[in-house]
Structures are given as structure tokens and as C-alpha cells.
Ligand binder design. Structure first.
Ligand code: 4AD
Ligand code: MG
Length: 495
């Protein structure tokens, strides 16, 4: 066996000529017949000075590398620690160990990067997700987070595939904007002014004319308004980008920086919109079931273990995999806001005053406890609520004939609540202008949006899917901070 100690000291690694590294995912799909392979990855465990479990992130599985006893000198053996990075060359042979069909019989071993066992925070045991959030730079080396992030990749890819297959065009809407798309406030300012000594106007206000863009700007809360302009030219478009909300919500479902997918379609009414949302969600979940089977199986088991530790009444009735299959195989329940209010008003938790916010009259905004009651207890399936009171929805939503409601729709999912929010858009100039005035929105910022209604307006619709909410559903994770690599939330922007 080749094991020249000086070789281990070298910093620059040189691959043996004509041999390429094989990813563990591909390696485990090969028939082991003694062929030479190179595996490079991070040590998960090292047992009996002989069995090294290596993971390279290509899949949930490790490969076992077996070193012959006494073939490696003591000082090198000591450096094979959990977290260290290795390159091993050897023969791929059938494995006798359980749970694996192949292993690598090591001929050559090089340590690419040491990892001090005393200091490396990840030990081969279960760590809490709270602890892992504090080491967000190392947590992708765990099974749970790496599985989640591989699925995240697959979902992003599937989203582009879904839209591309249907002729939608991907439009890049701006990150820095001068308008408040949701009319909700809660925006992060963007400025280059000196915050300690900003220039002032004569009446003492901050003079934004001297700011970088010559006006007040912020990080976008949604690409919708700009998306609409492209739908009114290209027909069907979608955006997929980061959005920012400075709402001070310290919940398991809110982030200050999250990714949103926003399709926008000319000539779609609210019915078409609901159908597209349903098709898209079912497509994505199906894609995950087909393409992320190993990672989902791991997460399914993990969720089952978590559930078993909970009191009976807090456990999921269905396992993660069962929930995913359920969504693919069943229609979503559609009902109007008004019908939902009737159900909620007469529900047991409302009558017994178990809801934190009691539903007493039409017009009440629905909280996540109400959304989850409808989905998880009443219908036991995903729900699409539509035709909401105009007072609790955004200015751009199409006004219905009744004068009270707008053609809004929210898709509600088990365990999540709202996963999608959307609407048919108000395409009639007069109606939109009236609403902008009623809500005292800054017309000077919205002039271009209004003009779409003057030049060749058309019925159109769209929605926004919160990418991390989708990720929560697909992975069965329960905190949104664990499905994005580097979560941003109040008082937290480390990493
Ligand atoms: O319902 P929202 O606010 O709708 C819009 O922004 C529209 N402009 C979308 C459109 O019609 N084009 O947000 C859409 C979705 C929500 O349903 C939710 O899934 C997600 O975005 N979302 C958040 N996800 C994580 N953290 C937050 N703070 C979120 N706020 C909204
Ligand atoms: Mg919403």
C-alpha cells in the first residue's frame, strides 16, 4: 500500500492522471467488481481504525472506505477525524456490511483538510436544529440539512421546468424598487445617504433628491407589479427571486428575506389562476416524490421519530410521504371566503372560544389558526379560498360585482396555512384609480402601473408562491429557518 507520509503534508492535491473522482451517488449505483475509483469527501465517522464513512454531499448515503489494518501510519490515522476531508483511491468491491452493497478497499489515502476533533462542533450524534442554526456554515454537513438543500435545488429546477414546458417566460424583476407592491409598508430602505448626517430640505425632511436614485427606494416585497407589465406584452411570465419584508414576525413561517415565485398571465381569470396554482403545486410535489426519493425517505423517518416524541394529539395523522402523495392525488377544496366564515363561525373551537381570535362577523381577517382548522380539521385536504372582502386584501385585486369582495385567492396547506396568495387583477382603469385614491396610495409612484390600464388593458391574473413555505411542506420540516441556507429574521444576519 502506498502511504508516503510526506505526501500527506502536501497542500496542493494532484489527481492521479486519467482518473476522475466518482461521486458517491454514482458510485453506489455501480456494480462493484474491483474497479479503481477515487472518492473525495468529508469523514462522518471512523470506527476501529479501519472503517471510514465518507459523505460527499451528492446523496444522503455515505460510502464506507476500508483501510487494511497497519497499512497506514499512526500519525495519519489520528488525522482521520469526523469533519476532516479525504481523498481515497481504491477498489470498489461488494460489501459484507449491512445496509450497503459496495465499499472501497483503500489503496491510497490523502488528507485534504484536517479537522480538529476537539473543536469540530458536529459530532456523530443527533444535534438539535436550534444548535445547528448557530453553525449555519457547517450545518449542510448534516444529513438533515443536506437532504433539505438537495430538495431545495430540485424544487427550484422543477419550477423552471414547469413554466418552461408551458411556454412561460422567466422575467427578472428588480430587487431595488421605488414602489410598495403590497401597499403594506414593512420595507427595508435602500440609501447611500449618511444616516448620521442626511441632507435635509428647507422644512427639515430628509432630502431624497440627493440620494443615489434621487428618490426613496427600498428592497422589493414582490415582483408582481413589474411582472404584470411583462405579462401584458409576453402573455405568460413568471418571476423567481428574493423578496424582503421588514415585518417583525418571529414565527416559524416568516422570514425577512424569502424567495417567491410569481407567475402572471394575460387572459387568465380567477378560475384559470386557481387551476394553474393547483397544477403547479401537484407537479412540484410529484417531482419531489419521483426525483428526491432517498432524501424524502430519510426525512420521512426523521419526521416519524420527531412525531413519536410528541403527545398523541400533536402528531401528524399522515406521514410526510403520505401527505405528499395525498396532495398529488386529491383535488383541492375550493370555497369562498363567505362560505369559510360560516364554517368557522359554527366550528367547535370558535364556539368553545378555543381560537385566539374568535370569528364573529363577516369581514374578519383569517389567522393561521383558522386556515389550519379548515385544512386540517374540517376538509382534511388543501383548500383554495377565494372572493375575500376587499378591505383585507391589496388594492390591485379585481373588484367583484357585489361591491364588497375582490377576486383574491389563497391556497392553504396542511401544517403551513397560506402557501400561495394571488388574485385576478383589476384591469379597469376607473376602478383601480378609485381604489388607489380610497387607500391614499402614492399615485406618483404607480403611474406606470396605472398606464397599463390605459394602453391595451386586458383581464389578467397571477399569484405568489412562497418558496420556503413550499419547502416546509415538501420536507416536513417545521421551522422555515431550516429550509433556507442562511435565514434572515429579526436580530439575525450572521453568516
Ligand atoms: O400573499 P403575499 O403577500 O402576496 C404577494 O406578495 C403577491 N404580490 C403575490 C402575487 O400575487 N404575485 O405573498 C405571497 C406568498 C405567501 O402566500 C407566502 O407563501 C409567502 O409569499 N410569504 C412569505 N414567506 C416567508 N416569509 C414571509 N415573511 C412571507 N410573506 C409571504
Ligand atoms: Mg397573502
Amino acid at each position: 500500500m502506498f502511504c508516503d507520509p510526506s505526501h500527506f503534508q502536501s497542500v496542493t492535491f494532484q489527481k492521479p492522471k486519467q482518473m476522475k473522482r466518482t461521486r458517491i451517488k454514482e458510485l453506489l449505483a455501480m456494480t462493484p467488481e474491483g474497479q479503481q475509483v477515487i472518492v473525495q469527501g468529508w469523514v462522518r465517522t471512523f470506527r476501529n481504525n479501519q472503517f471510514i464513512a465518507i459523505n460527499d454531499g451528492s446523496c444522503i448515503h455515505n460510502v464506507q472506505a476500508v483501510v487494511a489494518l497497519d497499512s497506514i501510519d499512526e500519525s495519519t490515522l489520528k488525522r482521520i477525524t469526523t469533519g476532516s476531508c479525504l481523498s481515497v483511491t481504491g477498489e470498489l468491491i461488494p460489501s459484507l456490511g449491512k445496509g450497503q452493497t459496495a465499499e472501497v478497499k483503500v489503496n491510497q489515502l490523502e488528507i485534504l483538510g484536517d479537522s480538529d476533533a476537539e473543536k469540530f462542533p458536529l459530532q456523530p450524534k443527533k444535534h438539535s436544529l436550534e444548535f445547528l442554526r448557530e453553525i449555519a456554515h457547517l450545518r449542510p454537513r448534516t444529513n438533515t440539512i443536506s437532504a433539505v438543500m438537495r430538495i431545495r435545488h430540485a424544487m427550484a429546477f422543477a419550477i423552471h421546468q414547469f413554466f418552461n414546458d408551458r411556454g412561460f417566460k422567466y422575467v427578472h424583476t428588480p430587487i431595488i424598487t421605488g414602489s410598495d407592491a403590497e401597499g403594506a409598508g414593512d420595507m427595508f430602505r435602500v440609501t447611500t445617504l449618511d444616516i448620521n448626517q442626511p441632507p435635509r430640505t428647507e422644512d427639515g425632511h430628509i432630502n431624497h433628491k440627493e440620494d443615489f436614485f434621487g428618490k426613496e427606494t427600498n428592497l422589493t416585497v414582490s415582483g408582481q407589479l413589474e411582472g404584470e407589465t411583462y405579462a401584458m406584452a409576453l402573455g405568460e411570465i413568471y418571476t423567481f427571486g428574493p423578496t424582503f419584508r421588514a415585518e417583525n414576525s418571529n414565527t416559524t413561517r416568516h422570514l425577512a428575506e424569502f424567495w417567491m415565485i410569481e407567475p402572471e398571465m394575460a387572459f387568465y381569470d380567477i378560475e384559470d389562476n386557481m387551476q394553474l396554482a393547483t397544477d403547479m403545486l401537484q407537479y412540484l410535489v410529484k417531482y419531489a416524490l419521483t426525483n428526491c426519493a432517498d432524501d424524502l425517505e430519510f426525512l420521512n423517518k426523521r419526521a416519524q421519530e420527531e412525531d413519536a416524541a410528541k403527545p398523541q394529539d400533536q402528531r401528524n395523522e399522515l406521514s410526510l410521504l403520505e401527505r405528499l402523495k395525498f396532495v398529488v392525488e386529491n383535488d383541492f377544496q375550493r370555497l369562498t371566503y363567505t362560505e369559510a366564515i360560516d364554517i368557522l363561525r359554527n366550528s367547535t373551537p370558535n364556539k368553545k372560544k378555543k381560537f385566539q381570535y374568535l370569528i364573529d362577523q363577516w369581514g374578519a381577517d383569517l389567522q393561521s389558526e383558522h386556515e389550519r382548522y379548515l385544512v386540517e380539521k374540517h376538509f382534511k385536504k388543501p383548500v383554495i379560498l377565494y372572493n375575500y372582502p376587499k378591505e383585507i386584501k391589496s388594492f390591485y385585486m379585481r373588484q367583484n360585482e357585489d361591491g364588497k369582495t375582490v377576486a383574491a385567492m389563497d391556497v392553504l396547506f396542511p401544517g403551513i396555512g397560506e402557501i400561495i396568495g394571488g388574485s385576478q387583477r383589476e384591469e379597469r382603469y376607473e376602478n383601480l384609480a378609485k381604489r388607489v385614491e380610497e387607500l391614499k396610495l402614492p399615485e406618483k409612484d404607480l403611474w406606470w402601473y396605472m398606464e397599463l390600464r390605459k394602453f391595451g388593458t386586458a383581464p389578467h391574473s397571477g399569484f405568489g408562491l412562497g418558496f420556503e413555505r413550499l419547502m416546509l411542506f415538501v420536507t416536513g420540516m417545521t421551522n422555515i429557518r431550516d429550509v433556507i441556507p442562511f435565514p434572515r429574521f429579526p436580530k439575525s444576519a450572521e453568516f
